[in-house]
Design a protein around this ligand. Structure first.
Ligand code: ADP
Ligand code: ASP
Ligand code: MG
Length: 409
């Protein structure tokens, strides 16, 4: 008998028929003698619809009230799923984030899980032998207020619960049957990976592959949670995310990802003296603006330019902070653009394969796509391109790497 945490995403629970399908997956696992905890997302587009509803009432609502509102989506799907399971004659209980013991920091809208107090869930599982359905995406903070974990955060709820319960397996059921070499909706020839390392998955998720919330992967690695991504519709084997995988010599990269949710700021005409970068980036850090790619270039005579990227919703704040501190930083002007996207390749194999980055740039050149900025690490290469080129960039890069890979198989 095993303890299994199963997470079901929004598409998987979108309507009554799909909820019944999910109830079947859960009860089949329970019938085999396992203890089952299911973590659910809100149905379909519920979270987006709730955000719209809030905007109709107040274009600038407080984050606390937003969390109060958004957390309701998950309560609906969980209670309905529990009712479906009741109807099938199995013992079941649904719990909200706070009932299931999720304690977070106070950061409304993007809270971090501090601990999961598992007494209630354990009691339901062990003493009452119930199936436990838990709302994803939410917890409570030290003020006993509801918090949410950031968009896509239900994956992280599931992994956190699996870690706290020391579960044997955490299955992430979604609307594709695993992790692919690129978003299968954008690149139909993308193929499913049987397995992928935590590190590569973390990069892919951070670089825009939304199939897993990046914090869920980070947590799975830290607590050694056995993780599997699979479809709630197909019944096919999914992708295992683990520490070490059998590497295939032929493939240097494990995937291509894109992120359209970024913006670029360029400070033009900075004085070329020590301490400028420190001033800029400490100011942004103090105000919780996360900076990603940074590029410094030589300007004219005694000046230099510094460009960097931030998340799109931090763009205005970053611009304002810099403008407000113009006197101390001293620059000529700021260029701001949110018509950009980041396209990345990820793969642990690339460190030993010279030419991977060049092959990526060649594919973009052949497609006439201009590269704006480049950033590399041991296991990834990212480029900034115009947003209108992003999808095509993913396609041509994928073609460049995987057509060769297919031919070599
Ligand atoms: P859920 O609602 O189940 O959490 P998401 O929409 O968050 O599902 O994530 C699943 C989606 O992620 C897929 O429908 C797919 O379009 C997208 N996706 C992006 N990159 C990848 C990838 N490399 N492999 C699989 N799916 C991906
Ligand atoms: N319902 C939340 C969202 O749409 C959380 C999740 O689905 O993971 O972002
Ligand atoms: Mg998701």
């Amino acid at each position: 008998m095993a303890l299994i945490v199963q997470k079901f995403g929004g598409t998987s629970v979108a309507n009554a028929e799909r909820l019944r399908n999910v109830a079947r997956i859960i009860t089949d696992t329970y019938k085999q003698g396992n203890s089952v905890v299911a973590v659910l997302s809100a149905q379909g587009d519920t979270t987006d619809d709730l955000i719209e509803k809030a905007k109709e009432i107040n274009p600038n609502p407080s984050k606390r009230e937003m969390d109060m509102l958004l957390s309701t989506g998950e309560q609906i799907s969980c209670s309905l799923c529990a009712m479906a399971i009741e109807g099938m004659g199995y013992p079941v209980v649904s719990l909200t984030g706070w009932q299931a013991g999720f304690r977070t920091n106070s950061g409304y809208g993007n809270a971090r899980i501090k601990r999961v107090l598992t007494d209630r869930v354990r009691d339901e599982l062990e003493n009452k032998r119930r199936i436990v359905i838990v709302t994803g995406f939410q917890g409570i903070n030290k003020y006993d207020d509801i918090t949410t974990l950031g968009r896509g955060g239900s994956d992280t709820s599931a992994v956190a619960l699996a870690a706290a319960l020391n579960a044997d397996l955490c299955q992430i059921y979604t609307d594709v049957d695993g992790v692919y070499t690129a978003d299968p909706r954008l690149v139909p020839s993308a193929h499913k990976l049987e397995e992928i390392t935590y590190d590569e998955m973390l990069e892919l998720a951070t670089l825009g592959a939304q199939v897993l919330h990046n914090r869920s992967v980070e947590m799975a690695k830290r607590y050694n949670v056995k993780l599997e991504v699979l479809s709630s519709f197909s019944g096919k084997p999914g992708t295992k995310v683990k520490e070490v995988v059998k590497t295939m010599e032929e493939s240097h990269i494990s995937g291509v990802a894109k992120d359209k949710n970024i913006a670029r700021l360029a400070l033009v005409g900075l004085e070329d003296t020590p301490g400028i970068a420190f001033k800029i980036f400490s100011l942004l850090a103090k105000n919780n603006v996360n900076v990603d790619i940074i590029l410094q270039s030589i300007g004219r005579s005694d000046t230099k330019d510094i460009s960097f990227t931030v998340a799109k919703n931090d763009m205005e704040l970053a611009q304002k902070l810099l403008e407000d501190n113009r006197d101390s930083i001293q620059f000529d002007h700021i260029d701001v653009s949110d018509n950009i996207a980041k396209v990345s390749i990820v793969g642990a194999g690339m460190i030993n394969s010279p030419g991977v980055a060049a092959a990526m740039f060649e594919a973009l050149f052949n497609a006439g796509i201009n590269i704006n900025m480049i950033s590399t690490s041991e296991i990834k290469v990212s480029v900034l391109v115009h947003i209108s080129d992003a999808d095509r960039a993913v396609q041509v890069i994928h073609e460049r790497f995987y057509d060769e890979f297919e031919a070599a198989r």
